[in-house]
Design a protein around this ligand. Structure first.
Ligand SMILES: N[C@@H](CC(=O)c1ccccc1NC=O)C(=O)O
Ligand SMILES: [Zn+2]
Ligand SMILES: [Zn+2]
Length: 207
């Protein structure tokens, strides 16, 4: 019996995509009835679909690609904190939390509850938060949101500020069943050599 809690969005035709981006499609290239031997599937999808990590190359042509990222970023202790009802999440929102021994921080914002529709507005992370995370030595931020910037952002200020302070990004988590506290996280990306992002199976287990 697994103690892991799945905090990923299921990947099927219901998963939402960024406006205008490639829809998710999974089909069988061959099926067992025809081949007599095997079913063989294929998927078409944006790498920023559902629960996924961003590589710095997503917003910086000179940035690291998925294969360059240390898997340890996505495996190990993570703390979940709850910051609902915000339009922005700032450094001041972390006041009162003891985060000195935290390397991976997950923020449950409740800013995207109905995952069957893509949100029009979401809470955004401010550059001040990125700086604070860097000072705390946090190297991964995870969120229940499809982006750390506004949906209509072209500057991608939060993505850039996080990268500048050494903080990597995990987006699209499903945290409905998760209460704040300490967990083991496992959310390793695929070995995509040129990936600007990667879908992940994100799992949490009480620490
Ligand atoms: N920042 C979002 C994705 C994103 O910005 C995006 C994804 C697909 C197509 C366009 C996008 N942004 C365009 O300005 C993410 O990291 O998943
Ligand atoms: Zn992304
Ligand atoms: Zn992103």
């Amino acid at each position: 019996m697994t103690r892991w809690i799945d905090v990923s969005q299921p990947l099927d035709r219901h998963v939402t995509t960024w406006p205008g981006d490639t829809p998710f499609e999974a089909t069988l290239t061959w099926n067992k009835a025809d081949t007599g031997s095997v079913n063989v599937g294929k998927v078409t999808m944006s790498l920023h679909t559902g629960t996924h990590v961003d590589a710095p190359f997503h917003f910086d042509d000179a940035g690291q690609k998925i294969i360059d990222l240390d898997p340890d970023l996505y495996i190990g202790h993570a703390r979940v904190i709850y910051l609902p009802g915000r339009t922005e999440i700032t450094a001041a929102d972390l006041d009162g939390f003891e985060l000195n021994d935290v390397q991976r921080l997950i923020i449950k914002t409740d800013g995207w509850i109905d995952k069957s529709t893509f949100p029009e507005t979401i809470p955004v992370l401010t550059p001040s938060l990125a700086e604070r995370l860097g000072e705390l030595g946090i190297s991964l931020i995870g969120l229940d949101l499809p982006s750390v910037d506004a949906i209509d952002s072209k500057e991608m200020a939060a993505h850039h500020a996080l990268a500048q302070h050494g903080v990597h990004i995990l987006e699209g988590l499903v945290l409905d069943a998760i209460t704040p506290g300490d967990y083991h996280l496992n959310a390793v990306p695929l070995p995509l050599v040129d990936g600007d992002g990667s879908p992940v199976r994100a799992l949490l287990r009480p620490y």
